[in-house]
Design a binder for this molecule. Structure first.
Ligand code: GLN
Length: 495
């Protein structure tokens, strides 16, 4: 049965549906394999247990479209999971096990999907490499001396290394798309508001968004059908019932009517590695040959995306993280005075990057600097949104590389936070402007002795997720990319 672990969810769902495959056995095999190889990857922070569910009949309301069900999945360690440790990769939440499920986890559970475990991540989702985790870095399944990308590092490596068919991640500025690109899987960041944020540990509330890692776009669409529902517990949730992302993704695209945009600033050889650009050009050629028209667009405010993003998210994080005060969460602090106790618990509990952002955020929100930094960043954000709206009046979808480079070595960028922040060059505009984006593997690039995955990013306007998923699913058919696990994983699978 192990060889099934390298397949896609939608293929296996058909076999489960027709009675050819026992989902309990699949789950047991999945759990066993995930644990067996995780010593090589450090992708998981906690394992769920599984007793098997004999009468595991699926009894969903018939008016709901077909979604992901009865499949093993993993969740980034910032989704609240009832009874299972939820630490957001931080020492400060050590020992915290919520007594409730995040809304998306609840929907997955209701559809009888079973959790494999919680996945490693940059502390509070702050990072681009996975190295800011209190549990140590996740290793990239394609080359275990390299990072898996961040912040949803463990979720990306889990799907790439056959430890799970789907994994939940969050993407505040690229944390799904970047690790998906480094690990060679599909990473989808839905429009802000399409999935409830209830039960997600908050980093930057105006940008945080849940999404998925899968081995095909159709699997991402299936997961959306299961998870995207209105939620009274999240006032920013704007999902509506009745949209069938899966059926929509299977429809044909009229390529000769499709208007594709590229962004000049994101194909600049001074900023993007040659191998990444070469594969990106190949993806554009595929679309061109299919009949799509391709227009180069000028994103004149591109250089402001990273500064605006890091000011806004730092400001929001300094406010969101104020709740970790050693009273409601965190280890028992030392000291008699309240201030002493705050200082003690936060100094010990937070890692270096989180402290840097809390300080930066407090600074940009302080009365003397509020206008100079925070308000200017907000004005830039509005300008970025305007600029994107203007581009989407000319094209249906925008393509750009997901990441300027392939996965880098563990430790390589840790001394230079600004170099690390630049990893998000081509991703943060999606979050700032409320768009939807999907990172799709598009080839490999040689790095040392290894071949490492590269990806292309597809971006559509907010709430055009059905269109985005359709374009990506159909592009996947045109392209020569189909998920295959790294050679050592295949060997472990005995396949
Ligand atoms: N790398 C970005 C940051 O550190 C994005 C993180 C994310 O999307 N959660 O903020």
């Amino acid at each position: 049965m192990r060889d099934l672990l390298a397949r896609t969810a939608h293929e296996l769902l058909e076999e489960i549906g027709s009675g050819d495959l026992d989902h309990n056995a699949l789950m047991e095999t999945q759990l066993g394999f995930a644990r067996e190889i995780d010593g090589e990857l450090n992708g998981f922070t906690a394992w769920a247990d599984f007793q098997g569910e004999p009468g595991w009949e699926l009894d969903l309301s018939p008016d709901r479209p077909q979604g992901l069900s009865r499949m093993p999945y993993a969740a980034k360690d910032l989704f609240a999971t009832r009874g299972l440790a939820t630490t957001a990769g931080s020492r400060i939440l050590e020992g915290y096990a919520p007594d409730f499920d995040a809304s998306v986890v609840g929907h997955l559970r209701e559809a009888r999907n079973h959790l494999v475990g919680k996945t490693n991540m940059d502390e509070f989702a702050m990072g681009s490499s996975g190295e800011n985790s209190a549990y140590g870095p996740t290793r990239n399944p394609w080359d275990r001396t390299r990072v898996a990308g961040g912040s949803s590092s463990g979720s990306a490596s889990a799907v790439a290394a056959c430890q799970s068919f789907m994994a939940l991640g969050t993407d505040t500025g690229g944390s799904i798309r970047i690790p998906a690109s480094f690990c060679g899987v599909v990473g989808y960041r839905p429009t802000y508001g399409l999935l409830s944020r209830y039960g997600m540990v908050a980093y930057s509330s105006s940008c945080d968004q849940a999404g998925t890692f899968t081995r095909s776009t159709l699997d991402a669409a299936l997961a959306m059908n299961t998870m995207s529902h209105p939620d009274p517990l999240d006032s920013t949730c704007r999902a509506s019932e009745g949209i069938d992302y899966y059926q929509s993704a299977k429809q044909a695209v009229h390529w000769n009517k499709l208007r594709v945009g590229t962004i000049r600033q994101f194909s600049d050889p001074a900023k993007i590695d040659a191998a990444v650009l070469a594969n990106y050009e190949r993806s554009l050629d595929i679309l061109r040959e299919a009949g799509a028209s391709i227009t180069e667009l000028d994103f004149s405010v591109a250089d402001y995306c990273i500064p605006a993003y890091y000011v806004i998210t730092a400001a929001e994080c300094s406010s969101n993280l104020a709740r970790y005060d050693g009273i409601r969460y965190g280890a028992e602090p030392e000291g008699r005075e309240l201030l002493e106790r705050y200082i003690d618990v936060r100094s010990r509990g937070f890692g270096e990057e989180v402290k840097r952002r809390v300080l930066l955020g407090t600074y940009v929100l302080s009365s003397g600097y509020f206008d100079a930094y925070y308000n200017r960043a907000r004005a830039m954000r509005a300008e970025i949104s305007r600029s994107m709206a203007e581009m989407f009046s000319q094209v249906d979808v925008i393509l750009c590389p997901t990441s300027p480079n392939v996965a880098f070595g563990i430790g390589e960028r840790m001394d230079d936070p600004v170099a690390m922040y630049m990893s998000d060059l081509c991703t943060v505009f999606v979050n700032l402007a409320g768009l939807c984006g999907l990172s799709m593997p598009n080839g490999f690039a040689a790095a040392g002795d290894e071949q490492l995955p590269t990806s292309v990013q597809f971006v559509c306007p907010g709430f055009h997720d059905s269109l985005l998923l359709r374009i990506c699913a159909q592009f996947e058919q045109l392209s020569d990319w189909h998920y295959t696990p790294p050679a050592w994983v295949l060997k472990q699978l005995g396949a």
